[in-house]
Every structure is written in C-alpha cells, then in structure tokens.
Ligand binder design. Structure first.
Ligand code: BG6
Length: 303
C-alpha cells in the first residue's frame, strides 16, 4: 500500500496511521492507532499479522503485554498483544499457529460507528504465498472496534471452489502485575488437554486457576465469558473479562521460567508479566463450503 492509498483511512484524531519504522518501506503504513475521544482509550494495530499490540485506557498502563524483545520488523510473529492464529493452532503441516500472524494485512476500511467508537478492518486475501502452503482461496476480514471495551471480530469467507477447514484463536497476552497474583476463572467443569502433561485429558474442578509452573492447557467447550483477576502488587485489583462469540475453546498459557529463558523474543523475567488467555475454535475444526463465511469475536472488558 503506497502513501497516497492509505491517507484516506485517517480520521482526524480518531484513526491515525504510523508509517515507516524498521523493516517497513518509507511512507508505508506500519500500524493504525484508534483513539476513542469519549472514553480516552487507545489501541494500536500492526498491519503485520493484524496484531493488536496495545490497549490503553484513560492514559493508564497498557492492558496488553508486548515483549520489549519482540521483532516488529515483519520477519517474525509479534510476541505479545493479540496475534491471530489461523488456519492452524499449534504445530502441524503449516508454520506454527498458521500464517495469519506472519503475513502483512491491508487496511480495507476505517470509520466511527453509531456509538462513537472508532474501528479499523484489515483484510488478508489468499495469494500465491498462502496458496503455496495452504491451497485454498479465501478472504479474511478482521475488525477492531474501540469503545470502553476492545472488540476483535474475525470473518473468513471461502472464495474458492472446494471446502476448506481451519482452526482459529486470538492469542491474547494480558499484562499482569505479577503472575503469582493472577487467578483465571470461568473454567470450572471444563475438560482440558494438558500440553505440559503429554496431552493428557483432565476436568477442571477448581473455581479458579492459579499459575505457578509452566501452563499450557486447551480447555474445551468453555462458557462464553471467562476471565481473570489480578490482585495487584499494591492492592489495586483488576478484573478482566473475555466475552467470546462462536469460539468454544480457550487456551491458558504461560511458559514459566525455564521455557521463557529459552525464548529469544522474551526477557528471562517476562513470564511473570503476562498470562495468555486465548479464545479459540480448536478442538472442532470449522469446515466452510465454497462461498460460505464464518464469524467469531471476543470483547475484552477491564475493571
Ligand atoms: C500457545 C500454545 O497457544 O502458544 C503453546 O498452546 C505455545 O504450546 C504458545 O508454546 C506460544 O507459541 P509461539 O508459537 O507463539 O511460540
């Protein structure tokens, strides 16, 4: 997208487009900033991977974690924020977690809705690059809308002539005061696959989940609202809710000390600073016939 093509998407103080930056050609857009003038919230969305990298409310600290060691040059998936996992969760024939998070998306529309909330829609269309590893034609549209809450809505349309199947997740990295102050809730009674215990299957019987070692669980058929509480290190409590739509599963991930230390795009102590609670459609793959579409979303709410 050239300079002249993107400027039409800017809206006074509500939608700004940052250009250039390491790895980005001069004058080309790197990320979009949405600013809600009534709620004073802000969000940044990188075109690379359509990754939301920041969500700030009333000038307060970022509610999302973004690693200071993350590669933002478009060579590696962004470590933090909300990477999009599509069309494959985890490892398999495609690159880990699919290719949506490591391809450049285009801005397709920006605006301000009837509730005065600014939004941006980014688009990823099948190309020779995606077809080489996933032989399907599709259009993926991802809309981020910022009010007091942050809404992320995904739509995929099969534009080819044969069916396609996929998994999907929003891999949200939430910033926390300290991982030891966090309890994840809403998962009691749900079955989960424990990736740290050779994919053994268990049922969660606890009101809330505390994280005190490497945690990598895929919870199946979870309620539409899940979330966590951060008791805070100075007595300031924060509660975050994830309101899912059409996403039956949820992943809870924290690499803990040893794995974190081995990851190049995280600082050794970073595992203390985030928890990933990912809304996803993982266990039951979605199959779309030609011309069919599928939509799903999450709304994040913090109190
Ligand atoms: C989680 C997976 O969703 O993402 C973990 O359940 C994985 O197994 C983690 O380690 C991070 O993945 P990546 O590819 O971003 O390093």
């Amino acid at each position: 997208m050239r300079t002249s093509d993107y400027q039409k998407f800017e809206i006074a103080e509500s939608v700004r487009i940052a250009t250039g930056g390491t790895g980005i050609a001069d004058g080309h857009p790197q990320f979009v900033t949405l600013r809600n003038l009534s709620t004073s919230c802000e969000a940044d969305i990188y075109l690379y991977g359509a990754t939301v990298t920041a969500w700030r409310r009333n000038g307060s600290q970022d509610l999302l974690f973004l690693s200071s060691r993350s590669d933002l040059t478009g060579n590696k998936p962004i470590r933090g924020g909300i990477p999009i996992i599509f069309p494959q969760f985890g490892n398999g024939p495609l690159p880990a977690h699919g290719f949506a998070r490591n391809n450049p998306w285009n801005i397709s529309v920006t605006g301000i809705n009837s509730h005065e909330a600014p939004f941006v829609t980014l688009e990823l269309v099948s190309s020779p690059t995606t077809m080489a590893i996933w032989p399907h034609e599709f259009i993926a549209e991802y809309t981020v809308t910022l009010s007091e809450t942050l809404n992320c809505s995904f739509k995929i349309t099969n534009t080819g002539s044969s069916s396609l199947s996929f998994q999907f997740a929003l891999h949200t990295y939430f910033a926390v005061s300290n991982i030891s102050a966090v309890s994840v809730h809403g998962l009691i009674g749900a079955d989960y696959i424990d990736k740290v215990k050779e994919n053994a299957r268990f049922r969660d019987t606890d009101e809330s989940l505390s994280i005190n070692s490497e945690t990598d669980r895929v919870y199946l058929s979870t309620p539409n609202t899940i979330g966590f509480e951060d008791r805070g290190d100075s007595g300031v409590k924060k509660t975050v809710s994830i309101i899912k739509s059409n996403l039956s599963d949820a992943v809870v991930w924290n690499p803990w000390e040893t794995k974190c230390a081995s990851m190049k795009d995280l600082a050794p102590e970073d595992y203390q600073k985030f928890v990933c609670v990912e809304a996803g459609q993982i266990d039951d793959w979605i199959t779309l016939k030609p011309q069919a579409s599928w939509t799903a979303s999450q709304t994040l709410e913090a109190n």
